[in-house]
Design a binder for this molecule. Sequence first.
Ligand SMILES: Nc1nc2c(ncn2[C@@H]2O[C@H](COP(=O)(O)OP(=O)(O)OP(=O)(O)O)[C@@H](O)[C@H]2O)c(=O)[nH]1
Ligand SMILES: [Mg+2]
Length: 51
Amino acid sequence: MLQKKICMVGAFATGKTSLVAQFVRSIFSEKYQTTVGVKIDKKQLIFKTEI
Ligand SMILES: Nc1nc2c(ncn2[C@@H]2O[C@H](COP(=O)(O)OP(=O)(O)OP(=O)(O)O)[C@@H](O)[C@H]2O)c(=O)[nH]1
Ligand SMILES: [Mg+2]
């Protein structure tokens, strides 16, 4: 298993949490709730490799 960590940083209210929520849970909300500190999400992807 290959594990990678991605760190999202940027100015407030620019859509960081929304982008991650769309990728991880396929959801979007217009409600804005600022992230205090750090929020950690995890997603497992399965790739088929042919040798
Ligand atoms: N229309 C539209 N609104 C978006 C989009 N991405 C984010 N928003 C809205 O912009 C606002 C801020 O989005 P967040 O994802 O919370 O932004 P953030 O960068 O995580 O903000 P902080 O945690 O405060 O740094 C929310 O109201 C979202 O609904 C987008 O692609 N389109
Ligand atoms: Mg956020």
